[in-house]
Design a protein around this ligand. Structure first.
Ligand code: PLP
Length: 396
């Protein structure tokens, strides 16, 4: 592993600065870090407390307690109509851990120095950072706003060759709010028929946040032809407002599991036991109802706020953004104002106490963009938009 190639995640750097400034008494509005503004559902907190009180606070099997792995398999069957075995499911301390393991395992399994990993640009920065550090060649796939930033087979095709070993797809997408359709997936699966050595890592951590009431998340799980080479990353962080609990789940081809097991054993041993019990309560729903009112409420809030933010920004001369269709981010370009995202990130934090993240942190295509999180209260968003409009008037 090439540790000197690891990069930082700018959203967490901005969070660090924003928290320090708030502690100094500044009226910071944080539209930077990607975490729901809601609290973890009460019944989930109660399950964790109960587990601790019952003494469930020890080591567990490295890939998760059997009842949680089974609970995830049942959830996947219910939600995606897809059969997976309990043994294919891995519980990790956060979804990010599954991404790290996927990149390391794919590099180990590729077994040659020339392996190429294709990742979305813009995209979650960990993909490129870990791809490089794993020793693979990291190949950016530039997403296009005209396609709503979906990963499309036509852009993928020229990047594929005999060394390609991994394709990373993220939908709903951080930082743009782009969403893949079932047809987009189908086109990719057809293209990959000619590249049987390519594994697909589908990061579906935002799948509960599709904004249209009339459409459903298109999961890679729907494509049975891809099952033997799909890794699905998911988790509790976003869906159940549990970012700080550190709990994720992923589905793997069975042949990958022994290596994931070894990585878990050699690093964190296991996810925290009481947190895993909270994970069961979350997936079972309040009173074991199998329904998720709390998640649905967040989805509606994010959809409304994303519309408000994108509409307000598009009304300003020189700013443009697509209306996001999922996740909880808006990704405007300020190129028409001649502004770089990094300057906007720094100046808005310093001058108007608004934290956003520069697009450059998400890849080479993002230098004029910023990412704005919709996971803040309506009042905070309205106030932030007012400060932004005033700043833009002053800085023509
Ligand atoms: C696209 C994407 N994948 C994965 C993660 C990691 O989530 P977790 O907090 O569960 O590690 C994030 C977090 O922001 C994300 O944006």
């Amino acid at each position: 592993m090439l540790l000197d190639l690891l990069e930082n995640e700018s959203a967490l750097e901005v969070l660090d600065r924003a928290v320090n400034l708030r502690n100094l008494g500044r009226p910071i509005i944080n539209l930077g870090v990607g975490q729901p503004d809601a609290r973890t559902p009460q019944h989930v907190c109660a399950a964790a407390i109960k587990a601790i009180e019952e003494g469930k606070h020890g080591y567990t099997p490295p890939l998760g307690i059997p009842e949680l792995r089974k609970c995830v398999a049942n959830y996947v069957k219910r939600r995606f109509d897809c059969e997976v075995s309990n043994e294919q499911i891995v519980i990790t301390p956060g979804g990010k851990m599954s991404i790290c393991w996927a990149l390391l395992v794919c590099q180990a399994m590729a077994g040659d120095a020339d392996a190429e990993f294709i990742y979305p640009d813009p995209g979650f920065p960990i993909y490129a950072s870990m791809a490089r550090a794993s020793g693979a060649k990291a190949v950016p796939l530039a997403l296009n706003s005209d396609d709503g930033y979906a990963t499309r087979a036509e852009y993928l095709k020229p990047l594929l060759n005999k060394n390609s070993r991994l394709l990373i797809v993220n939908s709903p997408h951080n930082p743009t709010g782009g969403v893949m359709s079932a047809e987009h997936w189908q086109e990719i699966a057809e293209l990959l028929m000619d590249y049987p050595k390519v594994t697909v890592l589908s990061d579906e951590i935002y799948s509960d946040f599709i904004f249209s009431d009339n459409s459903r998340h298109a999961s890679l799980l729907a494509l049975s032809s891809m099952r033997e080479r799909s890794i699905i990353v998911h988790g509790w962080s976003k869906s159940f407002a549990m970012t700080g609990w550190r709990l994720g789940w992923s589905i793997w081809p069975e042949t990958f599991i022994p290596l994931v097991f070894s990585l878990a054993v050699n690093s964190y041993s296991c996810p925290a036991e009481h947190v895993q019990h909270a994970g069961i309560a979350a997936l079972q729903g309040k009173n074991n109802s199998g329904t998720y009112e709390h998640t649905e409420k967040m989805r509606k809030n994010f959809a409304r706020r994303a519309k408000l933010i994108s509409k307000s920004l598009n009304a300003i001369d020189g700013i443009s953004c697509i209306e996001p269709r999922g996740a909880f981010y808006v990704y405007p370009s300020l190129e028409g104002r001649g502004l770089l995202g990094i300057d906007v990130q720094n100046r808005w934090l310093d001058e108007i106490d608004v934290a956003v993240v520069a697009g450059a942190g998400f890849g080479n295509t993002g230098k004029h963009h910023i990412r704005i999180s919709c996971a803040a209260s309506d009042d905070d968003i309205t106030e932030a938009l007012a400060r932004i409009e005033k700043w833009l008037q002053k800085n023509q």
